[in-house]
Design a protein around this ligand. Structure first.
Ligand code: HEC
Ligand code: HEC
Length: 319
């Protein structure tokens, strides 16, 4: 019995004992009722009922119950799937995936036909008929001879060609270790060589802009002029239209108790946004884009260098 099924049954039993009494509803499921649900068949043959069926019998049943959709030779009709053929097509751009070419285990055939095809699409079939149908599908795939008889006893001796094409997900062993190696934090290279500079990366505050003679910090201070209408910074700064920005670099967003932030902002605060370089950089580039609904009525600063300079200035301000 699968774990999932056990769980359902456990829940049914619980519901039976816990609820039946006070409400007078329901009753404990009978063993044969549980057995009727317990129909899964596993690759190792667990769950297969007693029974057997021949290719010849399978052909008759298949033609009667399945061929309207899957074709007399399991080759598929119209857009209904083929159950046979397609060998050696798995590498093709449009592979033909059938029981013969693709499926890893024969047990899936029993399970699927019993669970879905004889109920949802076709007509009910007995256990023997299902064995026979599977024998016929194997025959249609050239995997057994015409006098073959499939039974519970020889079921697991049938191996499908593509079984080896499936394997257990082993990424926890094979890939995970590659991503959890401790990162090197210092002296990782013998010789350090700067091969490129990226504009958006954080550049030290005292670096100047193309020989203008003005430091980045000074440029940042000038740029902050655009913010002063709403924000104060430095000794004795007060909240205005916008909150005080003292020590904002590295602070959690929306953490000024005396300022009444917008809902959009409060939400970012709940999500624990912190004003590190990347967050400030994104916010100052496009405030509305970064925090849709913010009441900071400011279009943003287009130039990467200017945002850099401004952030350097903000970072240089004390708490
Ligand atoms: C009314 C049409 C119809 C009938 C009758 C029918 N099937 Fe199907 N069959 C389908 C459709 C549609 C699918 C694809 C369903 C899906 O993927 O959920 C399918 C899928 C299948 C598959 C899986 C194919 C794959 O590669 O995914 C098998 C095996 C199968 N059917 C066997 C049978 C058998 C055996 C019978 C007769 C007992 C039968 N079917 C009767 C329509 C039908
Ligand atoms: C028109 C007024 C206005 C201008 C101009 C403005 N801001 Fe704002 N700013 C606000 C308001 C209002 C908020 C609070 C937003 C909210 O609650 O949605 C805010 C929030 C902020 C925050 C987040 C503060 C916190 O406590 O989390 C930072 C950082 C910020 N602004 C930086 C700047 C910078 C840098 C500039 C200049 C480039 C600027 N702002 C220009 C009004 C303004």
């Amino acid at each position: 019995m699968s774990r999932f099924l056990s769980l359902i049954i456990a829940v049914m039993l619980l519901a039976g004992t816990a609820l039946a009494d006070p409400l007078g509803l329901g009753r404990v499921a009978e063993p044969d009722e549980i057995a009727a649900w317990d129909i899964d068949v596993r690759p190792d043959g667990t769950g297969l009922p007693a029974g057997s069926g021949s290719v010849a019998m399978g052909e008759e049943v298949f033609v009667e119950k399945c061929a309207a959709c899957h074709g007399d030779f399991a080759e598929g009709v119209g857009r209904y799937p083929a159950l046979a053929g397609g060998m050696d097509t798995l590498q093709d751009e449009r592979p033909t995936r059938t029981v013969g070419s693709f499926w890893p285990y024969l047990s899936t055939t029993y399970d699927f036909i019993n669970r879905a095809m004889t109920v949802g699409y076709g007509e009910p079939a007995s256990d023997d008929e299902i064995y026979a149908i599977i024998a016929y599908i194997l025959y249609s795939n050239d995997l057994v001879d015409e006098d073959f008889v499939l039974s519970r006893e020889n079921f697991t001796s049938i191996r499908l060609p593509n079984e080896g094409g499936f394997y257990m997900d082993d990424r926890i062993q094979t890939e995970h270790p590659l991503f959890i190696r401790p990162a090197c934090m210092k002296n990782c290279k013998d010789e350090v060589q700067i091969i490129a500079r990226v504009e958006t990366a954080f550049i030290p505050a005292d670096m100047n802009r193309d020989g203008s003679g003005k430091t980045r910090l000074a440029i940042g201070e000038t740029l902050f002029g655009q913010c002063r209408a709403c924000h104060q910074i430095g000794d004795g700064a007060q909240n205005g239209v916008g909150p005080v920005l003292n020590g904002i670099f590295g602070k959690p967003a929306g953490s000024n108790d005396r300022f009444d932030y917008s809902d959009a902002f409060a939400m970012m605060a709940d999500e624990e946004l912190v004003w590190d370089f990347d967050a400030l950089n994104a916010f100052l580039k496009d405030p509305q884009g970064f925090i849709p609904g913010t009441t900071m009525n400011f279009t943003g600063i287009e130039e990467d260098f200017d945002r850099n300079a401004l952030i350097a200035y903000l970072q240089a301000q004390g708490p």
